[in-house]
Design a protein around this ligand. Structure first.
Ligand SMILES: O=C[C@H](O)[C@H](O)COP(=O)(O)O
Ligand SMILES: C=C(OP(=O)(O)O)C(=O)O
Ligand SMILES: [Mn+2]
Length: 496
């Protein structure tokens, strides 16, 4: 049990960075002649508390009309049990460290915006989709797949515009279940702090179900064929999945025949870690706890938290919050990310350069990745920084159809995934994993894939509360394509 965090300021590890000597000595400019060679100076970071983000600019935060209600909810949350344990986060960091060196591969996926009304059936189908993808990737890549759900906390959304306009009526944008409601009415769009309590309880219920499915039999590898049963026989990728599943089942029964039981816990249960964007800072702060064994602070709202593309300013509140928590964390990197900016983020977010601590989630867009990713990789390699490189091939490829649906094309998403691997192969670095907005349901939100979702099909099952997700067949197709890439990388001894 980790204890609630107190707000005594804590000193975080210092980093050593090379600075020009003028940065550490004050010299009148007239006296300066030639620039002196760089010297290494220890940088002592400012003290951190769970609330030190409040002294910084906090973007994308709701403006609550009732501040007393906000404070009451913060106090209530502060007294709730944590949703995750520090040991789990340490275990995840270890697994991410393996992804850093190419010994594991990350699969992070789930809704863009989770709904409070998600059914157990819906959740189970998304988990099944993740399991299937993981099996395909593991079979092709021959390495452990670290499964991280965008779930049990993905309730806050940054938005491009503060207002949404429909038929001439403008209302505040929907910002996720943690903040306001999606219905297009004035009342629904008022930020309500009580939603944070509901987010906490829904996260708890979701985590509980995830743990039950993953550890309680559903994640058993001997059930690999059952995960595909409902739909797989009807599509070519489905049949391919069943063929792979058949081979895995045969391998397992061979193990049994040899007298080595396939019913070992390592086979019969799996781990799914939870993740979300740490966007709503009052919520995140209220769930920070201090680990009595290490004295480290953890954000106990989920295992893995990331900083979004819109809130990653080095001097801003989200980076300030994230630097003090010991969870493994991610930061999104879009097309405007500069190499120096990324190195500064590495300094601040991972001063000890711990492998597995920092994941850089690239979301450049298919048109930009070949050009914009290499300078980032080169800078990180030059400075010897440990990061896990993951591709989010969704967020840079969104467009609106003529009828107004936000969508993404399977081909463009795949093009960015391929670009990600191509660049890593050229730069001799490690592509560490995939990040998808996806669901186990057969929704029609992204166009393309072998079932050929077309723009005229989008209204049939467009259920996302925010961005368009890959449906289960489109997700599985992605996994097969990537498994093929991993297989060819392996054959070429790419990681050696
Ligand atoms: O999920 C990411 C963002 O919240 C989303 O892409 C923003 O979408 P918008 O551009 O419609 O606001
Ligand atoms: C908001 C998101 O992405 P980004 O910050 O990359 O736009 C997201 O992943 O939901
Ligand atoms: Mn999204």
């Amino acid at each position: 049990m980790i204890s609630p965090a107190f707000s005594t300021p804590v000193a975080l590890p210092s980093s050593t960075r090379k600075l020009p000597s003028s940065a550490c000595r004050r010299v009148p400019s007239a006296v300066l002649q030639e620039p002196a060679p760089p010297v290494a100076v220890p940088i002592t970071p400012p003290l951190w508390t769970p609330s030190s983000w409040r002294t910084k600019r906090a973007l994308q935060q709701p403006v609550y009309p009732d501040l007393e209600a906000l404070q009451r909810v913060e106090r209530q949350l502060h007294n709730q049990p944590s949703l995750v344990a520090s040991g789990e986060m340490q275990a995840l960091e270890q697994q991410l460290a393996a992804a850093c060196t190419g010994d594991a591969f990350v699969l992070q996926g789930g809704d863009c915006a989770e709904s409070f009304d998600e059914s157990a059936h819906g959740l189970k189908s998304t988990l099944a989709a993740l399991f299937k993808m993981a099996v395909v990737l593991m079979w092709g890549g021959k390495k452990h797949v670290v499964k991280i759900g965008r779930l049990a906390g993905q309730y806050g959304k940054p938005r491009s515009n503060d207002f949404e306009t429909r038929d001439g009526v403008s209302l505040p944008s929907y910002r996720g279940e943690n903040i306001n409601a999606a219905a297009f009415t004035e009342e629904a769009r008022i930020p309500d702090p009580n939603r944070m309590m509901r987010a906490y309880h829904t996260s708890a219920a979701t985590s509980n179900l995830v743990r039950a499915f993953a550890g309680g039999g559903y994640g058993d590898l001997t059930r690999v064929k059952e995960w595909g049963m409902d739909w797989s026989l009807t599509t070519s990728r489905g049949r391919q999945y069943m063929a792979t599943a058949e081979r895995i089942s045969e391998a397992l029964s061979f193990i049994d025949t040899c007298g080595l039981s396939s019913k070992q816990p390592i086979m019969t249960s799996t781990e799914v870690y939870t993740s979300h964007e740490a966007i709503l800072l009052p919520y995140e702060q209220a769930l920070v706890r201090q680990d009595p064994f290490t004295d480290n602070f953890y954000a106990c709202s989920g295992h893995f938290l990331w900083i979004g593309e819109r809130t990653r300013g080095i001097d801003d509140a989200h980076v300030e919050f994230a630097r003090g928590i010991s969870n493994p964390i991610g930061v999104k990197a879009g097309p405007t990310m500069k190499p120096e900016e990324l190195l500064r983020l590495c300094d601040v977010l991972n001063p000890n350069n711990t492998p597995g601590r920092l994941t850089v989630i690239i979301r450049m867009g298919a048109d930009n990745i070949l050009q914009n990713l290499p300078p980032l990789i080169r800078a990180v390699q030059r400075e010897g920084r440990n990061v896990v490189w993951v591709t989010d091939s969704m967020h840079g490829n969104t467009f609106k159809t003529e009828s107004g649906y936000k969508t993404r094309s399977w081909n463009r998403i795949m093009a960015e995934v391929k670009g990600f691997f191509t660049v890593h192969a050229a730069e001799g670095s490690i592509p560490g994993g995939l990040h998808f907005e996806m669901t186990g349901k057969e929704v029609t939100e992204c166009v393309g894939g072998t079932l050929q979702v077309k723009s005229e099909h989008l209204p049939q099952r467009y259920e996302s509360l925010c961005d368009p997700r890959l449906n289960q067949s489109q997700s599985l197709e992605m996994a097969f394509e990537v498994a093929e890439i991993l297989r060819s990388m392996r054959d070429a001894d790419y990681n050696v």
